[in-house]
Design a protein around this ligand. Structure first.
Ligand code: ADP
Length: 386
């Protein structure tokens, strides 16, 4: 049998998720090759081989495959046709690009949930103005959510709309490309469960996290684990998340984002077939982090424990409004003195407004204590021009 640690892993995408995968896996002596269009991307300094090229460039993807034993990706916006062709030829890609193909299209994703009895809000796929009006009438809710089927991310390509307004004036339809319209969910909390599944079909879930969003950027800014929900809701959330991944027959790490409605129902919003922002706390807070877990899956080692060691709060460090360029983290000295505060900077050379520059995980003996420290940390830090 080949020594699993000798496997060369090729990553499509050189951002922070790839970088944390490599950081968590260097202790296994793993060899990583990375493809990214940006010559100064976060992964470059740590990669064994760095290939510069776009994630839509089939030639570059084939080049990466030629020097790797298996491939993974850290971002969904990649050329799935090239990956499907490679998979067809027997190249191992984790997770399968067949899943990526479904997830890349919010319409196909919703149809998949419906077909597999995964609870999710009602929806219609639309293109023309008439289809919009028909769908809005059929949904029958005051508010609804329009999502472009493809190429949306971090809240871009998502609009929360008033049914009346569009019914009265079709010029207010915000998107011209094919869309998925869904019922607006009155939600109590937004939850995320990270699921790990290996080639044998063994499946484990991490404790739910509760997400809070920045209303302007629609990025997760505050994350708490465990989520403040009942034990019954926790069981349900983890069960649904694992069912989603099993329905996909997925191998790898998956983040299942869900809504807990005001009536206590859990509905799946969307799935990311990769490590996720809502799992960053697992580096310090869990026995095996989402990144280490992915390495175990890629190398065919047994799954690690997902158990939470301590309650955690995670804060995203976003580039400050009003400036772009070289930066420093103001408040770093003060927060470094606080027990259980872990700063992660992603090695991006320039700060830009709302860009994800890093994150901080804060551990506490209780959620309340972690929260209190997180508030203090939040009040002390910001990016400033260097
Ligand atoms: P993206 O893939 O760009 O992150 P999402 O589908 O996750 O887009 O939507 C972004 C945010 O919009 C969600 O996190 C949630 O806050 C809100 N949202 C999305 N769908 C609904 C819905 N059906 N009802 C209520 N809010 C929603």
């Amino acid at each position: 049998m080949q020594n699993p640690l000798k496997k060369r892993i090729g990553i499509l995408g050189g951002g922070q998720l790839g970088r944390m995968l490599m950081m968590e896996s260097t202790r296994y002596n793993v060899h990583f090759n990375v493809l990214d269009k940006d010559d100064s991307c976060p992964c470059k300094p740590m990669a064994d081989v760095f290939l510069q090229g776009g994630l839509d460039d089939d030639k570059k993807i084939f080049e990466l495959a030629a020097i790797s034993d298996l491939l993974t990706f850290e971002i969904e916006h990649v050329n799935t046709d090239a990956l499907l062709a490679l998979e067809e030829k027997g190249v191992e890609i984790i997770p399968s690009p067949k899943i990526l193909q479904i997830v890349q299209d919010k319409g196909l994703q919703k149809q998949f949930y419906k077909k597999n009895n995964i609870p999710s809000s009602d929806f219609f796929l639309v293109e023309t103005a008439n289809e919009w009006l028909d769908a809005i009438n059929k949904l029958g809710t005051f508010k609804f959510v329009a999502k472009t089927r493809k190429d949306g991310y971090d809240g871009k390509g998502v609009a929360i709309l008033q049914a009346e307004e569009i019914l009265n004036d079709i010029s207010k339809i915000p998107f011209s490309q094919p869309c998925m319209l869904e019922a607006f969910v009155e939600c109590e909390k937004e939850l995320s469960v990270i699921v790990a599944r290996n080639r044998m079909g063994n499946t484990v879930s991490y404790p739910s996290v509760e997400m809070e969003f920045d209303p302007d950027a629609n990025l997760v800014t505050y994350l708490t684990c465990p989520a403040k929900i009942t034990a019954e809701q926790e069981l349900k959330a983890e069960e649904i998340a694992m069912n989603v991944v099993k329905a996909f027959n997925g191998v790898g790490i998956f983040a299942v984002e869900m809504f807990l409605t005001k009536e206590g129902q859990i509905l799946v919003n969307e799935v990311a077939p990769r490590t996720h922002n809502s799992g960053h706390h697992t580096i310090e807070a869990c026995y095996s982090s989402q990144f280490e877990q992915l390495t175990r899956i890629l190398l065919d080692l047994p799954l690690g424990s997902t158990r939470l060691i301590k309650p955690a709060v995670m804060i995203n460090l976003l580039g400050a409004d009003g400036f772009s360029g070289s930066y420093r983290l103001k408040g770093l000295e003060e927060i470094s003195a606080i027990e259980g505060v872990y700063v992660h900077l992603y090695g991006k050379s320039e700060s830009k407004p709302m860009r994800k520059m890093g994150h901080i995980t804060i551990l506490g003996e209780t959620i309340a204590e972690a929260h209190k420290k997180a508030e203090l940390v939040n009040s002390l830090i910001c990016f400033v021009k260097d």
